[in-house]
Structures are given as C-alpha cells and as structure tokens.
Design a protein around this ligand. Structure first.
Ligand SMILES: C[S@@+](CC[C@H](N)C(=O)[O-])C[C@H]1O[C@@H](n2cnc3c(N)ncnc32)[C@H](O)[C@@H]1O
Length: 202
C-alpha cells in the first residue's frame, strides 16, 4: 500500500481523538445551497435506482437525489446527526483515523459518497482501499469538497494546498485505492467553489 501522506502531511493542529471534536452534533450545512444542489445533480448522474449507497463521513444530510436506492447506509462520527438523517436505512459510527476498516462485507455497495470531509482523513491510502473493498467491481466513489474546513482538524497537506493541489491530492488518494479517475470537476455554481472527483473501479 503506497503511503500518500507523510507523517508531517497528516498532522492536525488538534490531535485529540476525532470523537472528541465531533462529540456534539452540528445540525448545519457545510456549503451553500448552490454547492449542495450541484452535488445532488452529480449524484443523480452517477447513480441508478436500486444502487446500494454508502455515505461515508456523513451527518444529518446526505444530499442524495430523490431516487429509490436499494439501501443507503451512513457512516460518521456523531450518532445524533446520523440518527437524524432520514435518508439513511442504517448507520455505523466509526473513526477512520483510528481504524480504517469498515464493518461491511466485500462488494456490499455500488457507490460510496464522501462529501465535504476528505480533508480530515489522516490515512487516505488505507481508507480509499477500504472504500474499494466494500464496493462491487465497477463501483464508484464520489469525493466532493469546497474551500471550507474545520482548520484544526484538517491535515496539514490540505491546509497548505491550493484548491487545484487539493484536487491533485484527492487524485492520489483515489489512485492509492485502486480507482481510475473518471471525472474531475471544478466549478463555481454559487459562492462556494464546487470540486468533485469521481473514481471508478475496474
Ligand atoms: C464537514 S462534516 C460533513 C458531513 C456531511 N458529509 C455533509 O456533507 O454535510 C465532516 C464529517 O466528517 C466526519 N468525520 C470527521 N472525521 C472523521 C473520522 N476520523 N472518521 C469518520 N468520520 C469522520 C464527521 O462525522 C463529520 O460529520
């Protein structure tokens, strides 16, 4: 497994366990309405009815379109946020910076979504390899981000990078997980810049 981030790159200003920072629920959105609408449109274009969807690093909203999926599973750090997310059929709480394994069988999903959160991953190589493991062959991961973040919890490599460099970094994460980059989007639908990378498994 190639190391994507050096020990220095993965450093956070607040190095307490992430569950401490995310202990209290935040019922807010982390980008403007135009960003979130564009994300929903992207999800609509890469998913199909009947798909099995994992919303990794989720909260109380999943930004998914009004499509009938077979199963939508949420994953994150705050139980109250996930319990309030009415798009989820079920959810799990786990800290990907403490343990990159997810409690799902190989090939359990068709799509993994990771919205507005990738900047917090300290071990992106093993994490994206785990996303690949839980996806079926030909599965898709959609990683979206903007220029907002909790700066004390984002890794140093992210804080130090320009937006284009952040997209390059996510490309490296996808590559480490065994995904081919099939789309790379940089737009400004409203005030917040909209960046998304789509990775696809062979
Ligand atoms: C800015 S919020 C984005 C939430 C949601 N995806 C959205 O679009 O609104 C960042 C999310 O990342 C999750 N997160 C942060 N660090 C994490 C970690 N180490 N392991 C798992 N999830 C984490 C938190 O639960 C939090 O909900």
């Amino acid at each position: 497994m190639p190391t994507v981030l050096s020990d220095r790159d993965r450093r956070k200003r607040d190095d307490r366990p992430d569950e401490t920072f995310y202990a209290e629920p935040r019922f807010v959105t982390h980008a403007d309405d135009a960003f979130l609408a564009r994300l929903t449109e992207l999800y609509a274009s890469v998913t199909e009815p009947g798909d099995r969807v994992l919303d990794a690093m989720s909260s109380w909203v999943s930004h998914l379109p009004d499509v009938e999926y077979a199963r939508v599973v949420g994953h994150g750090l705050n139980e109250a946020e996930l319990a309030a997310n009415d798009r989820l059929d079920e959810f799990v709480v786990s800290d990907l910076n403490a343990d990159q394994s997810l409690p799902f069988a190989d090939g359990s999903f068709d799509v993994v979504c990771c919205a507005l959160s990738v900047q917090y991953l300290q071990f992106p190589g093993p994490t994206f390899a785990e996303f690949a493991r839980v996806l079926a062959p030909g599965g898709t991961v959609v990683v979206s981000f903007s220029n907002r973040m909790f700066p004390t919890k984002a890794v140093r490599a992210w804080r130090a990078a320009s937006m284009a460099e952040r997209a390059d970094l996510v490309e490296r994460y996808l590559d480490a997980g065994g995904f081919a980059v099939t789309d790379r989007i940089a737009e400004r639908p409203g005030g917040d810049p909209f960046y998304a990378l789509v990775g696809t498994l062979p």
